[in-house]
Design a protein around this ligand. Structure first.
Ligand code: MSP
Length: 527
């Protein structure tokens, strides 16, 4: 049976260039998608842009451009960033794509026909920056601003179509109960229940009339579909739902065994953990397996966001340090579900500590010693004559593979990375303890060969496991050890498979950074 995996990122607003927070989400999705491919899953990885709504219309107007022209330019920069970060998506959906537009109209018509939608009048508060209708507890009462983005809040009063959320409250709570891992982390579920569901779900206004940059309702074209209903539908429309070519919809949604993960930032949990499941219930479609909400990248001023003007442009980091370094930092230093701080110092320290001191050091020591003591050929391990340290390392390699896969299966990328780095540290310790130079000088050749073979195997295994994160460096590590293709899935090890490979030292993979110099560079670049 084909194993399938469907992963999505939020579709980002092309209201400005993307920043490190957006890159963070997309890298998580890319790493999980690449990991599942190593496990022989058929994968569909979706990202894209959320192009309608009042916020975009307003921005385009400020820039004296039509909304379409405005978003077209910004979307080019999105795609460019993803290419630079080695993001290997299967589809980039734009909500201005014709197929998306007509399908959203069909979805609306279907819900209207089924009596899930009715016409009424919306009166209440709205945050244009979040494109969100706000409840009382989402507003700072002192200065009438939105608690999420600190932006100003507008009063709205306009006729509107509403989606009957109340009708689905019980079904939603039952679903939460029966599927305890559906919403993750668990504190988000508590938040949804306490803040929004228990007080009573208000019916959701799903159209707007005061501007026209959106998808017109076929039955009543003076209304456009509320941008969040338009946006959430992308996870279905991108697969061909209600379209002639719906092969991907069949494979990645209707196939009940397909593992579906919607990755979101925590501030958009309400949309994905309440409205989205209800929309699916109304459409009589299955739910995703996991709505995975990650935390925020923060710095001194709090959440990194366009509206606060405290954003880090990931391109500057990628251009100077390479995609792998940034991907690694984001995946190693942030626990999914928790907020995490970004500072240049933290980024540089992470690079020097793990990529230079641990991984890079193990690689260059291993490659140098194999050149020097074994004529540049990976030596054979003698499994009948193993020292206790060697036996321990073999056990360690095997358990690393198992534990790494367990963590990745639970989307715990940083824990999975930590497991690999424990093995890398064990490799460096093995060098310090066994002192291969002494073994060579004392003519303890078999022992020397055992150690060097194991070091090479630690590197092969570690870099194969890390390949979804260190996309290009892991291949380079293999190449330096004379292996030109990464074999996955990493299930077990055959230590002598790499016997006699010719090592190939070409470049210092992770040159050490002078932190002071780099801080000067970065502080100037981000001025
Ligand atoms: N268009 C909506 C999403 C619709 S999905 C059906 C939207 N777009 S957004 O451009 O504002 O992007 C929000 C997403 O960007 C967050 O959910 C999160 O994934 C990411 N991040 C934005 N700022 C972030 C941080 N400071 N830290 C981490 N992620 C952040 O909301």
């Amino acid at each position: 049976m084909t194993k399938r995996f469907y992963i999505t990122t939020p579709i980002y607003y092309p209201s400005a260039q993307l920043h490190l927070g957006h890159a963070y989400t997309t890298v998580i999705a890319d790493v999980l998608a690449r990991y599942k491919k190593t496990q022989s899953y058929e994968v569909f990885f979706l990202t894209g842009s959320d192009e309608h709504g009042q916020k975009i219309a307003k921005k385009a107007n400020e820039n004296k451009q039509t909304p379409q022209k405005f978003v077209d330019n910004i979307v080019v920069s999105f795609k460019n960033l993803w290419a630079k970060l080695n993001i290997d998506y299967d589809k980039f959906i734009r909500t201005t794509d014709k197929n998306h537009i007509t399908t959203v109209q069909k979805i609306f018509s279907k819900l209207l026909k089924q009596d899930d939608i009715y016409l009424g009048k919306y009166e209440g508060l709205y945050c244009v920056s979040c494109e969100e209708f706000l409840t009382d507890n989402q507003i700072n009462k002192t200065n009438n601003t939105c608690k999420t983005c600190q932006g100003s809040v507008n009063s709205l009063s306009e006729p509107s179509y509403f989606l009957k959320l109340g009708k689905y409250t019980k079904q939603l709570l039952d679903y939460y109960n029966k599927h305890p891992l559906f919403l993750w982390p668990l504190n988000r579920k508590t938040e949804m229940i306490n803040n929004f569901i228990t007080p009573g779900l208000e019916e959701l206004s799903i159209t707007r009339t005061s501007f026209d940059w959106g998808i017109p309702v076929l039955e009543d074209p003076k209304y456009v579909v509320y941008v969040w209903i338009d946006a959430l539908s992308n996870y279905l429309t991108a697969l061909g739902y209600l379209q002639e070519n719906d092969i991907n919809f069949k494979k990645f949604w209707l196939d009940g065994n397909c593992e579906i993960v919607n990755l979101v930032g925590k501030e958009i949990s309400r949309f994905h953990m309440i409205y989205w499941p209800i929309l699916l219930m109304a459409l009589k479609l299955r739910q995703p397996n996991r709505i995975l909400a990650h935390g925020w990248i923060i710095n001194e001023e709090g959440k990194m966001s366009k509206s606060k003007g405290n954003v880090i442009d990931p391109l500057i980091l990628v251009n100077r340090y390479g995609a792998d370094s940034l991907r690694f930092f984001l995946m190693k230093e942030i626990t999914i579900g928790h907020d995490a701080k970004y500072s240049h110092q933290l980024f540089l320290n992470c690079y020097n500590s793990y990529l230079v001191n641990d991984l890079g050091n193990l690689l260059s020591r291993t490659v140098t010693m194999i050149s020097k003591y074994c004529d540049g050929k990976i030596p054979k391990i003698n499994l009948n004559k193993l020292q206790p340290e060697a036996t321990a390392i073999i056990k360690n390699i095997k358990s690393t593979i198992i534990d790494f896969n367990i963590e990745m299966g639970e989307y715990q990328i940083n824990e999975a990375i930590n497991i690999v780095f424990r093995l890398i540290t064990a490799g460096n310790k093995l060098i310090d303890l066994s002192k291969p130079w002494d073994l060579y000088n004392n003519n303890k050749i078999m022992e020397l060969h055992n150690v060097l073979n194991l070091l090479a195997n630690i590197l092969i295994t570690s870099s194969a496991l890390l390949s979804p994160i260190l996309v290009s460096s892991s291949l380079k590590i293999h190449q330096q050890l004379g292996v030109f293709k990464i074999t996955t899935p990493v299930v077990t090890i055959n230590l002598n498979e790499i016997f006699n490979r010719t090592i190939n030292k070409k470049e210092l993979l992770f040159p050490r950074l002078n932190i002071e110099d780099e801080l000067i560079f970065l502080n100037n670049a981000f001025k």
